[in-house]
Design a protein around this ligand. Structure first.
Ligand code: ADP
Ligand code: ADP
Length: 240
């Protein structure tokens, strides 16, 4: 479903063509439907850059990123919009993903305007309610609220609900539970398990080795932009 082959990212830094940072160096791996792949590495190892390139929030410098065989790097306009029906990201700080002056409803309205202008209001409301329910929230309790009136865990789950309204097949989850308290973490992890059971592929980005190995079918371990270990979680962590 998602396949990266020999992907590099070189950031140019400084104003006058000064320095470069070779953040990702020849990374290859794949994510299949119903599979959780953890991308694990210390801070600065290139994890977020990879997540952003997969979601086209950053451009790969070289290499190939394919989704069902389609080259993600060269998608434009409509093609990119269609890609985002299937591939979405949820990031560390859920508060930053919401405009603080808009009620949560606004996020869903925007989604409808961009993707489902033909869906009738009542049907759309039903879809929103179903999605919000499916992430373990009570629609009446969250939809009319402003982001600051909700907890980080509720917002994180709303972002996942938002993604579910699309025809989601790939979720990039970048450090999504590091800001949550312990019990909410478990809820969000269980939710990811449900998504996996529904056949979604999940790229789970984390600096936490034990967490990453706990949730995943496969791991990709990065060090300074390179893959240093890759394989089925059980095999990578088996006693030698
Ligand atoms: P991680 O997610 O593993 O912490 P990042 O992908 O954020 O790693 O960063 C990898 C490297 O790329 C780091 O050296 C970081 O400083 C650098 N980097 C990340 N984003 C940018 C950027 N927008 N411009 C320049 N350098 C960046
Ligand atoms: P295949 O698709 O036949 O498994 P690949 O060329 O995709 O072969 O992968 C070669 C090896 O790398 C295999 O052992 C495979 O399990 C491993 N591998 C591929 N993708 C990943 C991934 N996302 N995470 C961990 N290991 C992977």
């Amino acid at each position: 479903m998602l396949e990266l082959v020999d992907v590099h990212k070189v950031y140019r830094v400084g104003t006058f063509g000064g320095g470069t940072v070779h953040a990702v160096r020849g990374v290859s791996f794949d994510v299949r439907p119903g599979e959780v792949v953890s991308l694990i590495g210390e801070s600065g190892s290139g994890k977020s850059t990879i997540g952003r390139m997969v979601l086209r929030l950053a451009n790969a410098t070289s290499g190939s990123i394919r989704f069902d065989g389609t080259d993600v790097v060269s998608l434009r306009h409509r093609g990119l919009r269609d890609y985002y029906r299937h591939a979405q990201g949820v990031f560390q700080d859920p508060f930053s993903s919401y405009n603080p002056i808009f009620k949560v409803d606004r996020t869903f309205d925007t989604l409808r305007r961009s993707y489902f202008p033909q869906v009738a209001g009542r049907e759309w409301d039903e879809r929103v309610h179903d999605a919000v329910h499916s992430v373990g929230l009570e629609p009446a309790e969250v939809l009319g609220k402003f982001p600051h009136q909700l907890s980080g865990g509720q917002l994180q789950r709303l972002l996942i609900a938002r993604a579910l309204l699309l025809d989601l097949r790939l979720l990039v989850a970048d450090e999504i539970i590091s800001m949550l308290d312990a019990s909410t973490r478990i809820d969000v992890l269980n939710l990811l398990g449900d998504l996996k059971d529904r056949g979604l592929g999940i790229l789970f980005v984390t600096h936490d080795l034990s967490l990453g190995s706990y949730v995943s079918d496969k791991v990709v371990i990065l060090h300074q932009g390179r893959v240093v270990e890759r394989g089925a979680t059980a095999a990578v962590f088996a006693d030698p």
